[in-house]
Design a protein around this ligand. Structure first.
Ligand code: NZQ
Ligand code: ZN
Length: 386
């Protein structure tokens, strides 16, 4: 097992009707900015619950943060935060709203001229403007981690940022919010969380037994509840297990002491930036090709995953590893998620070369757990995903 440090300061308040506890979590007298997305909270009752719980506070609202939070829109919020001297933010939404708020948390206290530099130059944030969240869609784990991904339409870029100053102070997770999520977004959430586990697991064996079992149990739980959640998102027990699995998939715990990959996300983000494909779907497009391309270095873990998560017993390591990739693809298909780029866009020719060039320009010369995946390898993976 590798050495590690682990600290996760986010307080989780989980369960039915917990949004009413909001007022007890925000500092008394704080000037609060409540941020949300395109309006789903106005039709499913979450907006009413939140505003009722915030009744005693001075609150400014900022709505309209789009899926894949957009830099230009966030700059408008930043202006208000500064002029109105906001001292606490509340994100009411999914990964996009929470990530947008993380960017604002960093940008509000950033000294430089251009906040985009935080992303472009990978500036870590050690102290941000404090914020909490009310999670409305399980998927990203953003509610309990310190990372964010921000999009800039102008340049078709999607870049990550983070730092220990960007954990939410608290996040409220009421699984009842899942009842109003459309099928497509439910499938996205399951796929995103599942791939988060894969990124922290599908590397090489290092006898981190507990981390492996944590990872496998999250994947097993997601596989188990997926049909129930897709069939009936108002099934509270299934929703609760879905929500907690997504949080646990990316709150830092399972990656401690083990090598991690994250190449699927790095490549997937480019597909969202270039074509606007939903984040989770880009992962389903890239992951199978990534595992096939890196088969030799990943086959031990692929086979272990095949045996323990999918119950594959026949054949040798190679056969089990191959069967595990096929099971993974079939799982995505069972969620009505396509796994080829050409199923999302007719404009895919040249994508591999474009991404290769971008990674070269950014100096991303070695991705993956061995830091050996060169931009030319990435191009081959993308081509295999067409
Ligand atoms: O905008 P509204 O109208 O609220 O609609 C949203 C949005 O269209 C809708 N929705 C959310 N809660 C709902 C609901 N509809 C009905 N009922 C509800 N209760 O769902 C749509 C998607 O929301 P979004 O927040 O974009 O989804 P998700 O949580 O999947 O977040 C995706 C973003 O997070 C980033 C992705 O790249 C993407 O930008 N990620 C963030 C990570 C992190 N911070 O750790 C890690 C991930 O790998 C990921 O990259
Ligand atoms: Zn993801």
């Amino acid at each position: 097992m590798l050495n590690f440090e682990f600290q996760n300061p986010t307080k989780i308040i989980f369960g039915r009707d917990q949004i009413s506890k909001l007022a007890t979590q925000i500092p008394q007298g704080a000037k609060v900015m409540m941020l949300y997305g395109g309006g789903s909270i106005k039709t499913n009752g979450i907006y009413e619950q939140v505003t009722k719980a915030l009744a005693g506070f001075d609150v400014i609202e900022f709505g309209g943060i789009p899926a894949n939070p957009e830099y230009e829109i966030l700059l408008q919020a930043l202006k208000v935060i500064k002029t109105e001297r906001v001292d606490f933010m509340l994100a009411v939404g999914g990964g996009s709203v929470i990530d947008g708020v993380k960017f604002l948390s960093a940008a509000a206290l950033y000294d430089g001229e251009t906040p985009w530099d935080i992303l472009k130059n990978s500036i870590r944030t050690f102290k941000g403007l404090p914020f909490g969240s009310v999670l409305t869609i399980p998927a990203t784990g953003s509610e309990m981690n310190s990372g964010a991904v921000i999009t800039r339409k102008e340049t078709l870029e999607k870049l990550s940022m983070g730092g220990p100053g960007l954990f939410p102070v608290f996040s409220i997770l009421d699984p009842q919010v899942i009842a109003s999520i459309p099928r497509r977004q439910l499938a996205n959430g399951i796929t995103d969380a599942f791939t988060h586990v894969l990124e922290q697991y599908m590397t090489y064996p290092i006898e981190a037994s507990l981390q492996d079992r944590f990872a496998e149990s999250i994947m097993q739980t997601l596989i188990e509840i997926a049909p129930r959640v897709m069939e009936n998102p108002a099934d509270y027990e299934a929703a609760a297990n879905f929500m907690w699995s997504c949080t646990m998939a990316l709150n830092g715990l399972i990656q401690k002491g083990v090598p991690t990959d994250w190449a699927v996300h790095a490549i997937g983000h480019e597909l969202t930036a270039l074509f606007g494909i939903d984040h989770a779907r880009t992962l389903a497009v890239i992951a199978p090709s990534h595992y096939r391309f890196n088969f030799e270095s990943k086959k031990e873990k692929l086979a272990q995953y095949g045996r323990r998560v999918w119950g594959i017993t026949a054949g040798n390591t190679d056969a089990q590893a191959n069967a595990a990739i096929e099971k993974t693809e079939a799982f995505f298909h069972s969620l009505e998620i396509d796994t080829k780029l050409s199923e999302y866009t007719g404009q895919y020719e040249g994508t591999a070369e474009k991404i290769e060039q971008r990674f070269n320009e950014r100096g991303w010369l070695g991705l993956g757990e061995h830091k050996k995946l060169a931009p030319a390898d990435v191009a081959q993976i993308v081509t295999m995903s067409y």
